[in-house]
Design a protein around this ligand. Sequence first.
Ligand code: NAP
Length: 498
Amino acid sequence: MARALRLLSRTVVRLRPLPVQGPTRGFSASVQEPFHVCVVGSGPAGFYTADRMLKGHEGAQVDIIDRLPTPFGLVRSGVAPDHPETKIVVNQFSRVAANGRCSFFGNVTLGRDVSLSELRETYHAVVLAYGAESDRSLGIPGEDLKGIHSAREFVWWYNGHPDMCDLSPDLKNTQSAVVLGQGNVALDVARILLRCKTELATTDIADYALDALCGSTIRKVYLVGRRGPVQAACTAKELREILGLKNVRVCIKEADLATSPADEEEMRSSRIQRRVYELLSKAASAHRDNSCNDQKELHFVFFRRPTRFTPSENGSTVGAVELEKTALKVDEVTRKQVAVGTGEFEDLKCGLVLKSIGYKSLPVQGLPFDKIRGVVPNLRGRVMSSESETATVETGLYVVGWLKRGPTGIVATNLHCAEETVASILEDDRKGVLRAPSDSKKHGRTGLVEILEQKNVHFVPFSGWEKIDSKEKMAGQLRNKPREKITTWDGLQKAANE
Ligand code: NAP
């Protein structure tokens, strides 16, 4: 135990009572006891929660656990390699991890290495911030054919996530890729397929992905939306970026740009939608220089929904996506325009399909979960026993990020989300809900270390991640990249232990 505790961050494991001031004044439990908080998941939602918790409660000791040996969640494995500016936030997260009252436990999986009930017994508050690590499915025939991947898998692959380093998408036997969905993730994957490889070479993209993309034969990427250009789910900045890619001809059918009174109404109430529509309209009519032989094509396909995948001649690989033409109809309940099939079908030939229709969260044992919405039922971050009106609060259990509100929003959205959840925790603590004066079972960090030792789990502390980090950065320097990511479980663990 002592050795394990020494391993933790470069940290002072402070178990002495801390002075209590400011926002924590008036909490009910004895000030002699630290307030033990465990955050599960070290992405933006997890780190913002830890930050706000440490700032809001001087007695708080915050442990962040993550199933990966590396911290930062989607900032490392979701944000596109050609968006380095979005990754700068890790500097702020690293300062949080360096706080003497914060510890990182990488390589620890909730539900396998430690159960939710064990965490709840060990900590005064448990905050689930493990996001959405699965995918929505279309539920149409042929979805299992080779050559069809979720965008999440493809993103994890090019970002060197150790679970997806062996994906090996076949980029060599086709000229056409179809991306289903028109959100920002769809734009990310389309952009990575189309972007000039010399531009990618100086990013932190995984080396095997860069090699595969350099050898890619894909010339045409189709971005398929079931609704129209007014409803495209992407945002203007990301759209502008893809529309401006070097050597890429953008193809948009003028007829798809016709708007209905309902579309006009939507654009009046959403500046983002109006801006996206304007950018698409401008791109449709823009004169493009066709002089370059190496030109690729980006096709925006609107009003089409996928109905099945058909195999190529070899039988097991995707050869086409069958699309049904759609029309928009106002839903009577939500008052939103939804796509309805017209009964008219067409095939779009391709050898690669990336389904970018949204991420999905997964429950763990003992956690109330709304399977339809894919979120944990909660009231301002407090986990509720169910969605029903008679639901009760799960004392000491909280949720934040995509698991709380569904898979939407940018990195910064998680700051407000974390502030709301932390406010609930602080309020509950002030009211004396979380700490009974006689409660001696909540050992926090020492309790977690004990559980992990009993189960022979070798966790990676923040100092282990720092070893990975410096090794990656050194390897990157040799290739003029910000880092060369270590992409296997073994490699990461070895680097953390060196
Ligand atoms: P998203 O924005 O929700 O987009 C999902 C897309 O899938 C929409 O076009 C949606 O169409 C479509 N779709 C859903 N179900 C479908 C179905 N059954 N059949 C056909 N199409 C379907 O999700 P996302 O792209 O995964 O992005 C997740 C979040 O991360 C978003 O908030 C995004 O802005 C954010 N993000 C931001 C950045 C950035 O800032 N650079 C980068 C990546 C991600 P409908 O609209 O018709 O439902």
